[in-house]
Design a protein around this ligand. Structure first.
Ligand code: SAM
Length: 338
């Protein structure tokens, strides 16, 4: 796997594409490179796009949309380029072109090289299919999973989210602990491609990971009763309600339920999105007091958009992550052992 700007690249067959979609916890989407050719003007693009083997990938009955970006190339008019590609698809396979189509052809023209990819995912991979109920500022599932990984979440130790909202961290942790595929409950665009074979696809789900046998302590709390109801509902849909527990409680009442140390991971409100800044400083100060006094030896992963709020906890963070985009803000993970 090779890191590139905005993602990673790997090669494999269609089964690997399905597998990456079903099992990847942190990727946003999986694009499949179908081919590439040089083109320096629109009539050349038109000619080469008509010779492209679209019929190997597309079925005529599904509408298609085409997105083009062009960088450092003689063909600079993205919409005009998209039209040529759309015409080529209509000419070769006969699909209807629609801006609402689930199937998306992504074309990148870079230094006069036309790179053609297809989005195999559809709706972003953070849509696991368990979150029917959300609160004010839910964490994206893919991001929650990435933060759990960065905190080296260990299912044999307790995990607490003291401000769980819709329950994302706890549910993701539960799925990781029991080896449940994140893409088990949803559909993908690749299911409409010519390469799709439902019987082979079913085999993916036999490809189960090792299941943890340890006793699990995966707990979520929130001062908002509605959030607890949502979390329980989401855990039930995710089929992890038997190994998770959600209770209505403010952070000031938080205590460890066992002698074993574990991980506390959460994203408290961060001001720019909900609430008022002064109250937030008081809240973060309380977070610091509670965690430092009641949870010595535990690890904490705090996610916030505001460095000064993290500082207000007076916790000595030993690791601060790079910023990650989340809901229009840049958030960072602050990690410490208390
Ligand atoms: C940004 S949201 C958390 C989102 C959550 N990670 C998710 O994925 O849905 C912050 C949560 O903190 C809760 N909260 C705020 N103050 C609290 C307090 N003093 N004690 C417990 N929960 C609190 C809010 O009710 C809200 O659900």
């Amino acid at each position: 796997m090779t890191p590139i700007i905005g993602g990673v690249e790997f090669s494999g067959d269609w089964y690997q594409v399905w597998r990456a979609n079903v099992y990847s916890r942190t990727a946003t989407r999986i694009l499949v490179r179908l081919g590439e050719f040089p083109a320096v003007h629109l009539s050349q693009l038109d000619k080469k796009a008509r010779k492209f083997p679209w019929q190997e990938h597309l079925k005529a009955q599904h509408p298609v949309r085409v997105e083009v970006v062009s960088r450092k190339s003689k063909i600079y008019h993205a919409r005009a380029a998209a039209e040529r590609i759309e015409n080529a698809i209509v000419y070769s396979v006969g699909n209807r072109i629609s801006q609402d189509a689930d199937i998306c052809i992504k074309v990148r023209i870079e230094k006069n090289l036309v790179k053609i990819s297809i989005d195999s995912t559809g709706e972003g991979l953070h849509k696991r299919g368990y979150k029917s109920s959300t609160g004010k500022a839910p964490m994206r599932e893919t991001l929650a999973a990435a933060f759990l990984r960065m905190c080296k979440f260990d299912p044999s130790q307790p995990l607490i989210d003291p401000m769980c909202g819709s329950g994302t961290f706890v549910i993701e942790a539960a799925e990781i602990a029991v080896g449940q595929a994140p893409g088990k409950r949803r559909v993908f665009s690749f299911q409409k491609f010519k390469s799709f074979d439902s019987r082979t696809f079913e085999m993916l789900f036999l490809d189960k990971k090792k299941i943890t046998k340890v006793e699990l302590h995966l707990l979520g709390y929130d001062r908002d009763n509605g959030a607890i109801k949502n979390s329980r509902q989401n855990a039930q849909t995710a089929n992890v309600s038997n190994i998770t527990s959600f209770n209505h409680q403010p952070i000031s009442d938080l205590v460890p339920l066992s002698n074993q140390c574990g991980l506390i991971i959460f994203n408290p409100p961060y001001g720019a999105r909900i609430g008022d800044k002064k109250k937030l400083y008081a809240l973060y100060a309380r977070i610091g007091t509670v965690l430092k006094s009641k949870f010595p030896g535990w690890r904490v992963g705090l996610i916030t958009s505001d460095r000064s709020l993290a500082k207000t906890t007076q916790i000595k963070f030993s690791f601060v992550s790079e910023p990650v985009s989340h809901g229009g803000l840049k958030v960072r993970l602050y990690h410490a052992t208390l």
